[in-house]
Design a protein around this ligand. Structure first.
Ligand SMILES: NC(=O)c1ccc[n+]([C@@H]2O[C@H](COP(=O)([O-])OP(=O)(O)OC[C@H]3O[C@@H](n4cnc5c(N)ncnc54)[C@H](OP(=O)(O)O)[C@@H]3O)[C@@H](O)[C@H]2O)c1
Length: 252
């Protein structure tokens, strides 16, 4: 009789890659150092400076610009040859950057802003999956998770606005749900998850949280803890789901 797959993160050995070292990305690395101490941690960011801290030790951060194919290919080359990637968490995202701002009405929609938002929020996680696929284990469970956002839910959209961000997150959900179905056939020990972290105090949310009650605004540490709790409960049979920070499914 074969042994059942071990989904208990604290026992996992191999590597964990966190893509995007913004507020939630950095907090996830610190939380993983505590909660999955046998995993070797690696970050990837446009600012490839090693991260250090009392819990973290020193975590290498590889250079990655998700908007460039050559950069994704170079990341795969740098990761090749090491231990299998048991955990990949994509945390990069863009809501506002220079002229790109969440639209309040149709007149503010711009083609270049839609393209930028889709490049980072929708295309990047799928192209990341393509680049790192050869490094995933074939004989052990793994997680591939990506941060989405509740505002990407079409069923839950009652407010409107934020055309580019909402639509790019919805597109990400479709792309990774489709990936989950393909990997379910080819890499059946994998679990693909789309995760909503809740409103979290980071640079991304800073301009938009004036009306968020304090109890509903998470610190990055708290958000990271929730996200790892949710991942810890997911198995291959859950692959392709869209989950909120409290483990509840979110409608597409
Ligand atoms: N904070 C919230 O309230 C909230 C709510 C719902 C969903 N989310 C989602 O959670 C995720 C993490 O957000 P956060 O709050 O931690 O925001 P953040 O602090 O602004 O971090 C976002 C990260 O995305 C990276 N990034 C953007 N464009 C990139 C590119 N072309 N190549 C590589 N990295 C790129 C940034 O990298 P650099 O360091 O290189 O600039 C940064 O590390 C995002 O997907 C966001 O949409 C956040």
């Amino acid at each position: 009789m074969s042994t059942p797959p071990d989904w208990h993160l604290p026992r996992w050995r191999g590597r964990a890659l966190v893509v995007g070292c913004g507020g939630i990305g950095r907090a996830l690395l610190a939380a993983l150092a505590r909660r999955a101490p046998q995993l070797e941690l690696v970050g990837a960011s446009r600012q490839p400076l090693p991260l250090s801290g009392p819990e973290l030790g020193a975590v290498p951060v590889l250079p990655l610009d998700l908007e460039r194919d050559a950069s994704l290919a170079a990341l795969a080359v740098q990761l090749a040859g090491g231990a299998p990637l048991r955990l990949v968490i994509h945390t990069a995202g863009v809501l506002q950057d220079g002229e790109l701002k969440p639209e309040k009405r149709l007149a503010q929609v711009r083609r270049c802003h839609l393209e930028r938002s889709f490049a980072v929020n929708a295309f990047a996680p799928l192209l990341l999956a393509q680049a790192i696929e050869p490094l995933l284990p074939r004989d052990q469970p793994f997680h591939f998770a990506s941060l989405s956002a509740r505002v990407g839910s079409i069923g839950d959209n009652r407010l409107g606005g934020w055309y580019a961000y909402r639509a790019a997150k919805a597109a990400q959900n479709q792309l990774l749900h489709t990936l989950a179905l393909e990997w379910g056939r080819r890499l059946p020990l994998g679990c693909v998850s789309l995760l909503h972290p809740g409103t979290t105090a980071t640079a991304l949310s800073a301009p938009f949280r004036a009306n968020v009650p304090e109890r509903q605004l998470f610190s990055t540490e708290r958000a990271a803890g929730h996200l790892l709790d949710v991942l810890g409960q997911r198995r291959a049979e859950d692959s392709g789901g869209f989950w909120a920070w409290d483990g509840q499914p979110i409608p597409w």
